[in-house]
Ligand binder design. Structure first.
Ligand code: IVH
Length: 689
């Protein structure tokens, strides 16, 4: 350390400290642009250069490293256990309503408790009820100093180090270093940490592919990720955050209403959801209609929402209304009935997947859940059943959220009669009789027989699916039937089905067979990234397949690639590379590619650089945001690329069009700001014609 008697060292140390502060400030600014505004200003490489310089500087001079340095987001703090933090105000819960009647009854209660003058000014804020984990965040003089879970409402667990790794959480406020707003001296906010549905599915799929434990739902995943004792694990999880309540504001003008408070938090750069609406009391019917309509719309949001929260806007009136027990009178959680149901678990059967992994499935006493009769649900794996002590004969709570497969959430042990049976994983595959094996350290159990017909059925189902070869009219039913009848022994047999014989099958009339045959024919000329996806190689989904086929224009060429060559491709890590290499080193797999080629399936792009079909979108750059009516995000991207257009992740003056769907957020605002034309899905399709 420099001392006063060593002026040169002093100057140098000052320089270094100034450099570190400068780097930290630039990094914060660029992270803010990247994560919060979704509008990066510099390239990833330029950003990495700043980041690496700071990291090196801090490694050489640890005294320069502050807890809120941007380098600390990668975690690394390993706790023995979590300390307790007392919350500044009790963390209340919410009363629930399940019907419009209860919503109106709540309003009447409020009206009764307020004066006439107040009733005139009464207004409500309606916001999504985010289904994650409550967190309480403390900022002191603009720095993020403490973060805690809700705990028992009075004391929470201190998870500051873990929360620091959440990218959208600003470590300093205002998050935009260029802002001229001064930081409040003290700010405590409440929010919800969560994981997007797609990120959750992606993570779980990876876990399962690696034979590791899958999480039951995004909420558990978020909770599990935040409660890691090693914060570097948390840092690898795709956690996000919405802030929805200012608990304490000091050293800044006091907001008069919740709506104002949200706006203030937003200007500080805290992540506040845009999907919030304010209604006056006179507009209560509109509010009720909005609540009703949201029941459907919420399924299109990228994150899980289990209802809406309706809050009285005025903070003064909130105070006046006070609480009953643990619930504030001024807020109400509106939940959509029918999402969850209770039924009897009749049996547990196992299904064999295309990788041979067997998953236990619940056979349920049929029960209606949000308009659909549910008869089966997933039980994930052996550990899930054991950990939750789910027994055959139990009454269980099941949940059906949107389009996803229903899940068994937990049993209701209080309702047991004593006749329930503990389930154990069978020793043999129910389909082929081969032994079932659970590899050491893995959560999944596998059927060891590669030729197991159940695996083949699943592999065929995946092959013909929308993401893969997209063969219309071909689904699990056809896969089962054709495998069962011995028409399909490997994937290539799909291209030499005995159509004459199929015509004789029950339910397979001439028209239907013709259509099916035409669909199979049409799939032969799909771009090779689809065939590569369809093969079902571990870790090679649609996105990876597309990336690879930009470098390898033939599957036989790909088969010769070394793992080193493959992992040199941006976006292809060593695990994917090894998996592809392993796949093509199996002789039967090579023979399969050969068989595809013989049967006329495209295994190489004819002219790699020549555009396939017309390119009406050539020269145009698109940004897709929000939920589109029929395309998923990936499909929209694929559609644009297939028609010669480019896809960008963020809006800039170079963007030609922003394609916006429902619940589009900051990208849409940005487009408007820059005057970039905004179009919908229909207009995109029209442009591509
Ligand atoms: S307000 C006293 N707003 O729902 C007000 N809560 O069932 C308390 N939640 O534990 C909370 N989204 O974690 C509020 N927009 C939102 C919310 C929200 C999710 C959670 C919160 C609470 C639970 C209550």
């Amino acid at each position: 350390m420099p001392t006063a008697s060593n002026p040169t060292a002093d100057v140098k140390a000052d320089d270094l400290a100034a450099r570190a502060a400068y780097l930290a400030e630039r990094i914060r600014y660029h992270q803010y642009r990247y994560y919060m505004l979704d509008d990066p200003e510099i390239s990833d490489q330029a950003f990495d250069a700043l980041f690496n310089e700071l990291r090196t500087l801090e490694a050489e001079h640890p005294e320069l490293r502050t807890p809120d340095s941007p380098t600390q987001r990668v975690g690394g703090v390993i706790a023995e256990r979590f300390e307790k933090t007392r919350h500044p105000t009790p963390m209340l819960s919410l009363a629930n309503a399940f019907s419009p009647g209860e919503l109106y009854a709540w309003r009447e209660r409020i009206q009764r408790l307020l004066s006439e003058e107040e009733r005139m000014r009464l207004a409500y804020v309606v916001e999504p009820k985010f289904d994650g984990l409550t967190v309480v965040l403390h900022y002191t003089d603009g720095r993020f100093t403490l973060g805690a879970t809700r705990g028992d409402g009075e004391y929470g667990e201190t998870i500051t180090a873990n929360l620091r790794t959440v990218r959208v959480l600003p470590l300093q406020i205002p998050a935009d270093p260029a802002s001229d707003l001064s930081a409040p001296t003290r700010l405590v906010v409440r929010g919800e940490a969560y994981v997007d549905k797609a990120d959750f599915e992606r993570f779980n799929q990876k876990q399962m592919a690696a034979g590791e434990r899958a999480y039951a739902n995004p909420r558990n995943f978020a909770a599990g990720s935040l409660r890691q004792l090693d914060s570097s694990i948390t840092a690898t999880r795709p956690l996000k955050l919405w802030v929805y309540q200012a608990l304490i504001v000091e050293g800044a003008p006091q907001p008069a209403s919740h709506w104002e408070a949200l706006a203030y938090l937003r200007t500080l750069g805290l992540p506040v959801c845009q999907d919030m609406r304010r209604f006056t009391d006179a507009e209560f019917d509109q509010l009720a209609a909005y609540v009703e309509a949201f029941g459907e719309r919420r399924h299109n949001l990228p994150y899980e929402v289990d209802g809406l929260v309706i809050k009285v806007d005025s903070l003064f009136m909130q105070e006046e209304l006070g609480f009953t027990g643990k619930d504030p009178r001024w807020a109400l959680a509106y939940k959509y009935a029918g999402e969850e149901a209770v039924t009897t678990l009749l049996d547990i059967v196992v299904n064999v997947g295309r990788t041979g992994a067997v998953t236990p499935n619940a056979v349920l006493e049929p029960v209606p859940v949000s308009g659909v009769i549910v008869k089966s649900a997933t039980l994930h794996n052996e550990d899930y059943i054991r950990d939750l002590d789910i027994r055959i004969g139990d009454k269980v709570v099941i949940k059906r959220a949107g389009e996803v497969i229903p899940k068994v959430l937990h049993p209701l042990p209080d309702l047991r009669t004593g006749s329930e049976r503990v389930w154990t994983m069978p020793a043999a595959c129910p389909v082929c009789g081969a032994p079932l094996v659970r590899p050491e350290g893995e959560a999944a159990t596998y059927c060891v027989n590669n030729a197991c017909p159940a695996q083949l059925v699943r592999a065929v189902e995946y092959f013909v699916g929308r993401e893969a070869m997209d063969i219309a009219g071909f689904g699990i039913k056809q896969a089962e039937l054709f495998v069962e009848l011995g028409f399909i022994h490997d994937l290539a047999d799909i291209y030499q089905l005995p159509w004459e014989q199929i015509r004789k099958l029950d339910g397979y009339g001439d028209k239907r067979v013709e259509k099916l045959q035409a669909a199979v024919e049409a799939s032969k000329t799909r771009p090779i990234h689809r065939l590569l996806t369809a093969l079902g190689i571990r870790f090679v989904g649609a996105v990876v397949a597309e990336t690879i086929t930009q470098h390898y224009h033939s599957l036989l060429e790909l088969a010769r690639a070394t793992p080193e060559q493959l992992s040199a491709i941006e976006g292809i890590g060593p695990k994917i590379a090894a998996s592809i290499h392993e796949y093509f080193s199996v002789p039967t797999n090579l023979a399969l590619i050969d068989k595809f080629a013989r049967l006329g399936v495209r295994v190489a792009e004819e002219s790699p650089s020549a555009p396939v079909g017309a390119q009406p979108l050539a020269g145009l750059t698109f940004v897709v945001t929000g939920a589109l009516p029929t395309f998923s995000r990936d499909e929209a991207h694929a559609f644009i690329k297939a028609h010669g257009g480019k896809v960008a992740g963020s809006v800039s003056s170079k963007t030609s069009y922003v394609v916006a769907g429902e619940a589009a957020g900051s990208k849409l605002d940005k487009a408007r700001q820059l005057g970039v034309p905004v179009i919908d899905e229909a207009a995109l399709r029209a442009l591509a014609q």
